[in-house]
Write a protein that binds this ligand. Structure first.
Ligand code: NAD
Length: 329
């Protein structure tokens, strides 16, 4: 559904482009309609809104939503973060004005947990290099000893796995890790470890110094920004690997690059970066002990369907003045 170039006459605006199922879109059409703003950034979104009094809900995956947006959409009742992370939304600003802010937590958790292991297995067994090698016609002999040295990987079985942030994603990661018979340590001062989870609570430094694999699943906050800095990296064992499917800014990237270049740690598997998309001359591209993916943790058909349904439910709640199910308080 299209709107005027610089003003929207529908209640629901999708700030950027993300997957919404056909059923979900049909449902929102019945609730008054929607428009894709396809904004480049929040300035662009504000310009496209330019005095849109009928807008009630803005759904945003990455576009910053702040006071500038409310100025142009004065009838706004709620902001929905498409996904789990909501560091792009000025929660305090909207909440103090009685405007709901919610996310779609949990709906994409399994997808992210599975990608975490996809990246990790690729890093440990060099699947990314092997695929490239075979396509480039590098496989000439059947004897395994003739294969490049890097094909000699490492197993997950019996390793110590450290989870930082034991929420929706972290606890699913723990469940999968159990299948590899790993010892699982977790640092999360706010989460309770449920009985039977097979997870031991540990301090951050304990995990950094003892785990073979460290996987990050915390939200980006003032506290977690650069949580993995040069000092934290200096505690890692030389073979330890780091997996980040949370937010890029949780790692001090220059410090990580240095540790990887100097081979002070075993490697890193990264789905998220401090600047996205990463520039084409980024140092990560020169490093073989790194596996990269383009922030696609939540990108499964199943998660897309669940996210779409969660958006519809919360649009309905916001429009009818009810508290949305995933309100951020
Ligand atoms: P969640 O809120 O369920 O879990 C986050 C956990 O982190 C909570 O248990 C919380 O107690 C803990 N935590 C918060 N601050 C902490 C701190 N300082 N130290 C240790 N633990 C702390 O969220 P989730 O659904 O598990 O998602 C986690 C993050 O993953 C999101 O905030 C988002 O940034 C990221 N994410 C990435 C993708 C992707 O595509 N790669 C997709 C979804 C979510």
């Amino acid at each position: 559904m299209m709107a005027d170039k610089e003003k929207f006459f529908v209640p629901v605006i999708f700030a950027d482009r993300f997957f919404m199922s056909a059923n979900a879109l049909a449902d929102i059409t019945l609730k008054g309609g929607y428009a894709w703003a396809d904004a480049k950034d929040h300035f662009d979104l504000a310009e496209k809104l330019t005095g849109s009094p009928f807008v009630r809900v803005i759904v945003s995956e990455y576009i910053k939503i702040n006071s500038l947006i409310l100025e142009q959409a004065p009838g706004l009742k709620g902001v929905i973060a498409y996904g789990a992370g909501y560091d792009h939304i000025d929660v305090d600003f909207f909440t103090s004005r009685g405007i709901f802010v919610c996310n779609c937590r949990g709906e994409n958790a399994q997808a992210v947990a599975e990608l975490t292991f996809g990246l990790l297995l690729s890093l440990m067994r060099r699947i990314h290099l092997a695929d490239h090698f075979i396509r480039e016609n590098g496989w000439k002999r059947t004897d395994s000893a003739a294969l490049p040295e890097w094909t000699m990987g490492r197993e997950l079985w019996g390793k110590t796995f450290g989870i930082i942030g034991l929420g929706q994603i972290g606890s699913r990661v723990a469940r999968i890790a159990r299948g590899f018979d790993m010892r699982i340590l977790s640092y999360d001062p706010f989460a309770q470890i449920k009985e039977g989870m097979g997870v031991e609570s540990a301090g951050l430094e304990d995990i950094l110094s003892n785990a073979d694999i460290i996987s990050l699943h915390v939200p980006l906050t003032a506290e977690t920004e650069k949580m993995v800095n040069a000092r934290a990296l200096s505690l890692l064992k030389p073979e330890a690997v780091l997996v980040n499917t949370s937010r890029g800014k949780i790692i001090d990237e220059p410090a990580l690059i240095k540790a990887l270049e100097e081979r002070r740690i075993g490697g890193a598997a990264l789905d998220v970066f401090s600047q996205e998309p990463i520039p084409s001359d980024h140092p990560f591209f020169r490093l073989k002990n790194v596996v990269l993916s383009p922030h696609m943790g939540a990108m499964t058909q199943e998660a897309g369907e669940r996210l779409s349904d969660a958006v519809v439910r919360q649009v309905r709640d916001i429009i009818t003045g009810r508290k949305p199910e995933c309100l951020i308080e």
